[in-house]
Every structure is written in structure tokens, then in C-alpha cells.
Design a protein around this ligand. Sequence first.
Ligand code: NAD
Ligand code: ZN
Length: 369
Amino acid sequence: MKAAVLYEFDKDMVIEEVRLADPKDREVLLRITAAGVCHSDLSTAHGKGNVQLPTILGHEATAVVERVGPGTSRVKKGDSVVLSWAPACGACFFCRAGFPTSCEVCGAAGAAGGLWDGTSRLSLPSGERISTFACQSSFAEYAVMPETGCVPIPASVSRPVAALVGCAVTTGFGAAVNDAKVRPGDSVAIWGLGGVGLSALMGAKLSGAEIIVAVDVNPKKEAVARRFGATHFVNPKAEGDVPGAIKGLTKGRGADATFDCIGKSVVFEQAFDSVRAGGTIVVVGQAAKGEAFRIPSGRNLMAAQKRIIGSHYGGGVPEQDFLRILGLYGNGKLDLDALIGKTIPLEGINDAFRELDAGIDTRTVITFA
Ligand code: NAD
Ligand code: ZN
């Protein structure tokens, strides 16, 4: 099959033929139909994550089930599915404690660059192993992954939209709805209006937030954010005192919830200082390896009783949230079509990464014939 292979960080991926072995127990062979280009792929390509090379990126996709391995019960040949990048085992401590996105088996698989048994089904024609990224590696025509990561959806759902539900939408929407638990009348501020931040914005709006401040260094994001329901826009490059600006919009108190959808310490500090006493700072952005967040005033953390929450894959059960979100999309309550920018063939992947690096308005999605 054809795939985009990453051999070196900060270098173009190579589109070439690779091998994919048969699905093992409770694994599924999938024909990828759409794959979104997420900032987590880009960060990994820049060497900011934990991944073994060579690898194939891609973790936000839809597919059709081609064949199932032994013991598979959740999906069958021909099903249209959204893929999860955290296919949970359902049996470990964290799965049973209600934190399936921290599944121990899935975490170990990711660290090993393989599937649940640690081995990868991907290899070069020479036989050299290609590590699997996020149990998925969907920048390829086909993938093999555990059945628990495959969520059947009606074949009629837009594939680019459903692909985004596989990561950006569930992550951002859940950060607002499941983690911050935004309530009617709340004020929120969101840093980074990419696919994830715009989805947090939609989740906050649907939950009834009245003041929605979008914060982005790209001035073009103002129009985009307002289209999705932002009531205010702050550009940190133009506004020296971002927390001051946000307090000015929230009766001097600060927002009820702030969202770092970027993962930089400077952003975290602004989000910390911009939340009101007793409010919640939600960290969604993926910080680079080794990057530490500084709490600007430890005393303020204590006295102001601020709550800092890490948000992973939307904080719920992703496989259930996929269907909840697609239901809201079907009822016209979430305009997910507006998130989709360009659709491109796999061959356009390197240009798509360069454009994401430079800053784009909406999500680029790879579609497969
Ligand atoms: P994106 O590249 O589409 O958007 C990022 C936005 O942040 C851009 O609009 C950019 O202009 C803006 N920005 C960058 N630096 C800024 C700064 N200092 N101040 C204000 N704005 C700034 O990214 P995305 O695909 O939406 O992903 C966002 C983040 O979420 C990434 O860090 C990604 O790795 C992370 N992520 C986390 C999870 C999770 O489970 N928590 C899941 C998926 C993605
Ligand atoms: Zn992602």
C-alpha cells in the first residue's frame, strides 16, 4: 500500500509503497477514507513527541472495515467507522476507573510504536520495521488497529467531518463540556483557534457561554472565531496585557474558564492569570517534550482557589462522545462543516504540514479515492 513515511524529523515525508501485515487477535484491517492533519502530527514531525523512526503519522481518520482478525466482535466487513487514537483495552486499572484515554495497554503500545502486543504491522519492503503512531498511522491507504478503536457510523456521514470528530472536535468539545463543564451565562477565553480551539469554542457556545474570548496571534483568526460564535478577540501581539484585556471583559474578575489549546508555557501563564478566583484553567495543548509550565504566583493559586485541569481527548469516553457529537451535527447544533478547509490527496501532505506551520484558517483533510 501507499503511505507517507517519516524518516527524519523536520524533513519531508516520503510517499511510497510499504507493507502491512494481517490483523491479529481483535485487530481490524481498515481502508482509510479520510485523515485530518492535526497539530499533534506536526509537532511529532518536528521531533517534539515520543516516536520511533521511521513511522507513519496520522491519527484523525475514517475508514471502511476490510477484514477482521480472530475474536473481533465490535465491527464487521463493510462497516464505515471513525477511528480513535486511544483504543482502550477495557480491562486495566484506568479503563475500569473511568479514564479509558489513560489505558495502560494502549499507553504501552504507543510508547513501543506498536499495537496492543507492542509489535507493529507496518514495515518497509526491505523488512525494516515502521513504528505505528497512536495505534493508527492513518496517513496511508490502509491501517491495522485494535477493534476497540473503530466506531461504526452511518455511511452517509461526511467523511472529512467524521475524521475530525476522531480527534480535534472530540478533544476541544469535550474540554469545554466534560472537563470545564461550561454552564449557561459563563465567560470563557480560548487560546489557539485551530481545529481544537474552535471545537472548544463550539462546545462552550452550545453549553450557553455568553462571553467567549478568542485569543490568537494570527489576526486572520478573528473573523474565523467570530464566525463560530466568539464575542471578542484578543491578539497577544497587539495587546500587551492579555489577562488585563480579559478581565476588562469580565467585570474585572477574569473568565470562569480558560483553555490553553496550544501547549506553551507563555500561554499557560496568560490562561492562569486570566481565570477568575475559583475558575478552571484547562490545558489541552500538547507541550513540547521537556517544556515546563510555571505558575505565575503560587500564592495566587492557593488564595484564589484556581483549578488546573489536564484535558486528554475531551475527558470523556471518546467512542461514546464521537456518536454524541455526530448526533448534534446531524441535528444542526454543531456546524462541523465549517471546520473543513482544503481536501487534498495523500501526495499533498508535506505542503499541508508547511501550511499548518505557517497558520491556516481551517482544517486540511486528506481524502482517499
Ligand atoms: P493548529 O495549529 O490548527 O492551531 C493552533 C493555533 O494557535 C493557531 O491558530 C495559531 O495561530 C495559534 N497560536 C500559536 N501560538 C500562539 C500564541 N503564543 N498565542 C496565541 N495563539 C497562538 O492546532 P490544533 O490542531 O488545533 O491543535 C492545538 C493543540 O492541541 C496542539 O498542541 C495539539 O498537539 C493539541 N492536541 C491535544 C489533544 C489532547 O488530547 N489534549 C488532542 C489533539 C491535539
Ligand atoms: Zn489530533
